[in-house]
Design a protein around this ligand. Structure first.
Ligand code: C2E
Ligand code: CA
Ligand code: CA
Length: 773
């Protein structure tokens, strides 16, 4: 899977995607609501004025028509009167009462408010009701002067403060005899009729609008908010009246307001489900995303167990599928890596890390199931590798692993090191286990066939048990390893852990660690044990023996700590310290007038140290001591380990004039031939042959042979461990040259040695008869 492609994401604010989505959707819904409310508000406002204008315009047109119709009605009524024969007769005959009754009769028929009779010149003769006759004259003149007036004329006049529509018709018989006229008052009532018809109020105003003549308004509804339109009504005589058409705004706005409220209510009602739908949609996106986010966080923290189920084929669904696929890929890859990390590539067995992990679980969770851990080591495997090459070595290891798996399929088998295997299983009885292990060993040691060759391997096994010998898995391993080390050291094929082994081991570890500082902390010092010439009784040498007083553990013997120094690489430092201190003490003795050589023990490792001889030479020169004053003791076993190297080293030392002694002679199985080639001056017979020395014993024979051998090679022979006078007597009788032992003295401090030497009386010890050899 390519990992190189990379995308950049805008890091979001802290608020979650879900919250933002909900906020966005709710915001959009709110904006839409606001917009529609505004549109309704603005729309109704302009609608009001549009409707009002249209209504007023219509009302005005209706008024014109209404007024015109009324006028026509007047005119036809007056015309009928003017045609009336009786009326004409009466007017012509100037029969006032008949004429008047006909006039009133006709006026009553059309509900006229005014009836008038004029002379042909326009002088009013009759006016019913009889009001404002004089003031009417100019208006009448103006009407009669209108063109076409001789066929009848209609006009508007003011009579007694009231507007009147007046129709005048000539009365002919056949010449013009009079003018007859009827008038309708434009009263509040008329205007109300009109208003009832149109729904528009109308006011009639005179004097440029200052004086109201008539109005359709009921008393008391004058304070309302009105929309108005003005028109003019020409009066006969040139003046004008103002017509005000008025519309109560509420009449339009009220239904609109109701409509608006309904729209708002409806959109508010719609907003709730819209918001709910939006919330659901936002949730539908953000909830699975949130679950995915949690899942990814868990994956990041290494938890691959949790699954998320997001169905659907949309982007979120596909994202979830992607995450799930990624999770599986990571999980399987991790499992593969873990598997590889816990398996030994060569043998397919569990590796060391895996074994340690299993061991860490033992005893940690209160489990007490008994366990036995067995370690198997292939002896001298490096020789196989050297002889046949690493490929063969590897194939052998794989074959061993295969055989192990067949032999004990029920155990955990791991490869801990190059040629070390671990078996972990249930614990059995000790004896049974040992027999079983022996059985395995013989099976494992059966020849291996590789490329036609048949190879044998030698194994070494060791085990420890839980919980009888260890309190947890790691201690179990450590103890099995100690047992394995014991087995190797002691050359055993099988070795179980022995109680106390670990304590010994721990003490050794501690001593090794402490030894490092022991020299600096002056915990180390030397004691000297005299060696006596058995013929003259003179003290000739003193052997330097190292002592360590441990601040907590007390005196530690050289037998214990010198091998530890050898193992931890500290021995050359020790030798240097001993050499220096010994030479200095020897110089002291010389100054005190004693003729003594000092003997210093070398470790086997010193034999391989090429710097030793030059160092010895330098030290002798530094201290100012003749090289003949120094004897170096090397054990026979150290020489036998690498004879050629030992010869070389001893040769170099002898060239300095230093004497060399073979220590612990008789324990190292050196051959006569080797001994002959050794550049040495003295033989020190091991104390094991000397301690129990008595006349006629087996040791006496050995000592005699050793002395003869030494002398035949031209060497001085020394016996150490002289504890008894009887032993001394045997030594003298076989011709041993020098003796060392508790019979003469235990090791002493340098100063004490001087006093002791001065006071030493050999004759007191050597008095008993020398038995003949
Ligand atoms: P070694 O060189 O054989 O030293 C003689 C050991 O025999 C000394 O033990 C000494 O105290 C002991 N011994 C002497 N006379 C008698 C006797 O009559 N009876 C008995 N039972 N023992 C007697 P020590 O001092 O414990 O030394 C033990 C060994 O430690 C030495 O054996 C030597 O191998 C090693 N060692 C001591 N000092 C040094 C040293 O400075 N350097 C090295 N490399 N090894 C040392
Ligand atoms: Ca010695
Ligand atoms: Ca010795």
């Amino acid at each position: 899977m390519p990992l190189s492609s990379h995308a950049v994401f805008q890091a979001g604010r802290r608020t979650s995607l879900g919250t933002r989505l909900v906020a966005l959707v709710l915001g959009v819904v709110a904006l839409l609501l606001l917009a529609s409310a505004l549109a309704v508000q603005l729309g109704t406002r302009s609608l009001v004025s549009e409707i009002a204008n249209a209504d007023l315009e219509t009302a005005e047109r209706v008024w014109v028509r209404f007024y015109e119709l009324r006028g026509r009605r007047l005119l036809s009524a007056v015309s009928v009167l003017a045609e009336d024969f009786g009326f004409r007769e009466a007017v012509t005959a100037d029969d006032g009462s008949t004429g008047l009754s006909a006039l009133l009769n006709h006026a009553g028929r059309v509900d006229a408010d005014l009836a008038v009779l004029l002379t042909p010149s326009g002088e009013p003769t009759v006016l019913v009701p009889n009001i404002g006759l004089r003031e009417l004259r100019p208006a009448l003149d103006a009407l009669l002067a209108q063109p076409g007036a001789d066929r009848g004329v209609i006009g508007t006049v003011i009579v007694d403060g009231m507007a009147m529509q007046l129709a005048l018709v000539p009365v002919r018989a056949p010449g013009l005899v009079a003018w007859a006229g009827f008038g309708f008052a434009i009263s509040d009532e008329v205007l109300r009729d009109y208003s009832g018809l149109t729904g528009i109020d109308l006011r009639l105003l005179a004097d440029g609008g200052g004086v109201e003549i008539a109005s359709s308004h009921e008393a008391g509804d004058r304070g309302l908010h009105r929309i108005a339109r003005a028109d003019r009504l020409a009066l006969a005589g040139g003046e004008e009246l103002l017509l005000r058409f008025e519309l109560d705004e509420a009449r339009i706005t009220e239904p609109l307001e109701r409509l608006r409220r309904r729209i708002l209510l409806l959109s508010l009602a719609m907003a709730v489900p819209a918001a709910l739908l939006a919330l659901m949609a936002a949730n539908g996106i953000s909830r699975p995303l949130q679950r995915l986010t949690e899942l990814v966080a868990r994956i990041a923290s290494g938890d691959y167990g949790s699954r998320v189920e997001v169905r659907g084929q949309d982007e979120v669904g596909r994202l979830a599928q992607g995450v799930a696929a990624m999770q599986e890929a990571i999980q399987s890859r991790e499992a593969r890596i873990e598997q590889q990390a816990l398996t030994d590539g060569l043998t397919g067995l569990a590796n060391r890390a895996s074994a340690l992990r299993v061991l860490a679980g033992i005893g940690s969770s209160g489990r007490t199931e008994a366990r036995r851990l067995t370690l198997l080591d292939i002896r001298r495997f490096s020789e196989v590798n050297d002889a046949f090459g690493p490929e063969v070595g590897d194939r052998l290891l794989a074959l061993v692993a295969m055989r192990l798996r067949e032999l004990c399929p029920e155990r955990l088998i791991a490869r801990l090191g190059a040629n070390e295997f671990m078996l972990l299983g249930a614990s059995d009885a000790d004896l049974l286990a040992e027999l079983q292990a022996l059985n395995w060993l013989s099976e494992l040691q059966a020849p291996y066939e590789i490329s036609g060759a048949s190879l044998r391997l030698e194994f070494c096994a060791a085990w420890a048990e839980y919980p009888s010998q260890s309190s947890n898995g790691l201690e179990l391993l450590r103890r099995a390893q100690l047992a394995l080390a014991d087995a190797k050291r002691e050359g055993l094929a099988i070795c179980g852990y022995r109680q106390g082994s670990e304590d010994r081991h721990l003490r050794q570890l501690r001593l090794m660690a402490d030894l490092r500082q022991a020299t600096e902390r002056t915990e180390l010092h030397l004691v000297f044990q005299p060696k006596v010439d058995l013929r003259t009784g003179r003290v000739v040498h003193a052997e330097a023996l190292l002592r360590w007083r441990h601040p907590q553990l007390g005196p530690i013997g050289p037998d214990e700590f010198v091998p530890l120094a050898e193992r931890s690489g500290l021995v050359s430092g020790l030798t240097r310290f001993v050499l220096k201190a010994s030479l200095e003490s020897c110089l002291e003795w010389q100054k005190a007038g004693l003729d003594l050589a000092v003997a210093v023990n070398l470790s086997a490792l010193d034999l391989g140290d090429a710097g030793l001889a030059p160092r010895v030479e330098a030290m002798l020169a530094e201290v100012g001591l003749a090289s003949t004053r120094l004897i170096l003791e090397v054990t026979e076993s150290a020489i036998v380990r690498d004879v050629a190297r030992a010869i070389e080293q001893l040769q170099r030392l002898r060239e300095l004039g230093v004497r060399v002694a073979v220590d612990d002679f008789g324990t190292g199985q050196s051959s006569l031939a080797q001994l002959q080639r050794l550049p040495t001056d003295e033989l020190k017979i091991d104390k094991s042959f000397v301690l129990g020395l008595a006349a006629g014993g087996a040791d006496a024979q050995i000592v005699r042979l050793a002395v003869e051998l030494g002398h035949s090679l031209g060497l001085q022979v020394i016996a150490e461990g002289v504890e008894t006078a009887a032993g001394l007597a045997v030594l003298r009788s076989v011709g041993c040259d020098i003796g060392q032992g508790y019979l003469f003295s235990r090791p002493l401090s340098s100063a004490a040695l001087v006093d002791w030497t001065r006071n030493f009386d050999f004759s007191a010890l050597a008095l008993p008869e020398c038995p003949s050899p």
